[in-house]
Design a protein around this ligand. Structure first.
Ligand SMILES: Cc1cc2nc3c(=O)[nH]c(=O)nc-3n(C[C@H](O)[C@H](O)[C@H](O)COP(=O)(O)O)c2cc1C
Length: 420
């Protein structure tokens, strides 16, 4: 504003000086100056209007994350973490800071007194309880639940989450082909978790044909993620071949025909080993609608794990984080410890299981019970369990708060995107 006024003053002085020098041409000079300033003003206004969208990446502010009719202020989903690592407290804290908070649905009733008596009922009651608690802690904010396809009462768990009024169901560890049929007549959004363009195309094709819809969001989980992974052990020996930078454009290309047919873009969210704002910016520039981060939220006060579990993450050095073979038949990324070393030499605790929580697990052949190991770890009993972790877990330096993490990510993201 001040600059514009100064420019006007200078121009007036110039016109007065010139007309003073050539009094005979006063009228013509005034007319020419008037026309010239008008043209210049119009031109500058156009440039100003066009300036921001003219950026190469088209970004003028941190993009919001739109999932159907839901909009998260920040394009950050907190990944679901079981058993009991992301429950109501963590999910609500992330949601309150403008992200999407996700409760993990696997063995969620583990903390209830009736868990040992009736696990199935305890898990359903636990899920209801956690969703209600998260809602009360973050009214009006966006909450999801992570329900793995591999759990043995998948359908009932999905129906319970819908009944409890959850906003989004994220579902991986298998292809959630039948998921839309379980949420009919509800407005719940569906977010399959995939690790390849093939899985993305398969789900879209099947859902479109059988259920007349496509996913509301897709989470692309790469090989640097924590927990169970959608890659074979051999594939994980060459993680660079499956880097998000490679997979993301392929997934976007695989879903493009569905975007066009359904007249809206299916947001694809990138996950796995993402730690700071620069990582988020990199994914956004590649066409991701947002990111899913999990490990980054473990070392926060609000994370639902015990201080012992968080301390295990703080203890981890880069070389401690590696791939393990889970009894579920999938590889997983975890922090190596003495318990896992004992398991590796066949000294795991014998499995007594009447429940078979994860379908691919064959208790009689399992070297240990993964649910037991994860529940012990959640409680900080790391002599009887181990902690899942993303490849960047070693970067955590201290216990912080979700607010601090989200503010830092927002600051870093703005700076990485060159936004004011
Ligand atoms: C401790 C832990 C537990 C996890 N549990 C689950 C789970 O129960 N279901 C699931 O789909 N993903 C699970 N994940 C994967 C995360 O949701 C997320 O997609 C992934 O870890 C992202 O990578 P990052 O941790 O490097 O950010 C888990 C990850 C961690 C670290």
């Amino acid at each position: 504003m001040i600059r514009q006024e100064a420019e006007k003053c200078l121009l007036t002085i110039l016109v007065l000086v010139v007309t003073g020098m050539f009094p005979a041409y006063k009228g013509r000079i005034f007319l020419k100056c008037y026309l010239w300033t008008k043209i210049q003003r119009d031109f500058c206004a156009r440039c100003r209007m066009r300036w921001k969208p003219l950026r190469k990446d088209g970004l003028v502010d941190i993009p919001t994350l739109k999932i159907g009719d839901l909009t998260a202020r920040l394009p950050i989903i907190q990944g679901g973490m079981g058993v009991g690592i992301s429950m109501a407290n963590l999910a609500a804290a992330v949601a309150n800071c403008g992200g999407v908070g996700v409760i993990s649905g696997v063995e969620i009733g583990f903390y209830r007194p009736d868990y040992q008596i009736n696990k199935k009922r305890a898990n359903l009651e636990g899920l209801l309880e956690q969703i209600e608690k998260a809602r009360a802690l973050s009214p009006g904010k966006i909450l999801g639940v992570n329900i793995m396809v591999a759990i043995n009462n998948f359908e009932e768990t999905v129906r319970t989450a819908v009944q409890a009024g959850i906003d989004i169901i994220f579902s991986g560890a298998g292809l959630p082909l039948n998921l839309p049929a379980l949420v009919q007549e509800s407005n719940v959004k569906l977010g399959p978790i995939i690790s390849s363009p093939r899985a993305a195309a398969l789900i879209c094709k099947h859902w479109e044909k059988k259920h007349g819809r496509v996913p509301d969001v897709l989470v692309l989980e790469g090989p640097q993620a924590g927990g169970h992974l959608g890659f074979s052990t051999e594939e994980l020996e060459h993680p660079e071949d499956y880097a998000l930078e490679r997979l993301l454009p392929e997934v976007l290309a695989a879903v493009k025909p569905y975007d066009e047919r359904h007249g809206r873009r299916i947001p694809v969210v990138a996950a796995g080993g993402l730690w700071d704002g620069a990582d988020i910016a990199r994914m956004l520039r590649l066409g991701a609608a947002g990111v899913q981060m999990a490990t980054r939220f473990i070392t926060t006060e609000e994370c639902d794990a015990s201080p012992g579990f968080k301390a295990e993450h703080l203890r981890a050095k880069k070389e401690d984080i590696g791939i393990i073979k889970s009894p579920v038949g999938m590889p997983g990324r975890a922090i190596k410890n003495a318990y896992l070393e004992r398991v590796a030499v066949g000294e795991g605790s014998p499995v007594k299981c009447a429940y078979n929580c994860l379908q691919p697990c064959v208790p009689s052949k399992s070297p240990y019970c993964i649910a037991d190991a994860l529940i012990h770890a959640q409680k900080g009993e790391l002599d009887k369990g181990f902690a899942f972790a993303g490849a960047n877990a070693w970067r955590a330096e201290r216990i912080t708060t979700v607010k601090e993490v989200m503010e830092e990510l927002e600051r870093e993201l703005k700076s990485a995107l060159n936004l004011a």
